[in-house]
Design a protein around this ligand. Sequence first.
Ligand code: ZN
Length: 291
Amino acid sequence: MPELPEVETIVRGLHTRVAGDAVESVWIGSRPQPLKSPAGVIARTLEGKQIVRVHRAGKHIVFDLEGATGASQPKKGGRGVRGQPRQAASLRQSAQWIVHLGMTGRLVVCDAALEIAKHTHLIAKLASGRELRFIDPRMFGKLSVHAGGFDPGGVEPLEVSEAQFIALFRGRKTPIKSALLNQKLLRGVGNIYADESLFRAGIRPRRRAAAITREQLGKLHRTVREVLREAIALGGSSISDYVDADGEEGFFQLQHRVYGREGEPCLVCRTAIRRIVLAGRSSHYCSKCQK
Ligand SMILES: [Zn+2]
């Protein structure tokens, strides 16, 4: 499952490839599972729009669209654009296309002649002659459109200040690991990076957030961002592998210090790494380095 650094890498690759291009037409498959906005609304919103920018919000991929012919504001009712103020019709209409890759979702930029892979749910024909395709065998991915200002909730971990970070976690009765995974607090920190950040901060995953000092939370604030930044820096070199036509994932992984290393010696003190299950997720830690 792609985590924040992988999504950031994908987003950078997509931005390089498709920003400035325009969507001419959209084909959407018959499977309803990936569609979080009605198919017709997605198609009308994308068609005729220019892709201005591709960026990340948590683990969501956001395409900022602008164009003259979009129909992201339905004439009647509020289909697909809940809670957004109705805009006056304007020549330059903006909208957003949101893609969440789920477990196995992939966005591929390819030549139109390339054979269409199994499990392709959406094809956007681009003005450049290429196609942007969404492929997802397990269909946990989600496609939706928004009028603009998409906000998945939570605070962006790479932008959160130390004071904000401490305020988010201080006083919470849940284990710190569960709090780190709570997307309503920080968005986009997944299981692997939560374990790695806690190891570097010297905090056990099961510790109650309320029992952690300000200083330790300050340290965790630094390690969360350090781990994510290192992973993004590594991912940057594999951009082309990811979005290439054959869609092979080629991420260089951050060398995990605890995640997935149950029973192996701690890289700092040689104590065997332990694995516990917390809220249904594996957590890995060193019982000597983490308190
Ligand atoms: Zn250790």
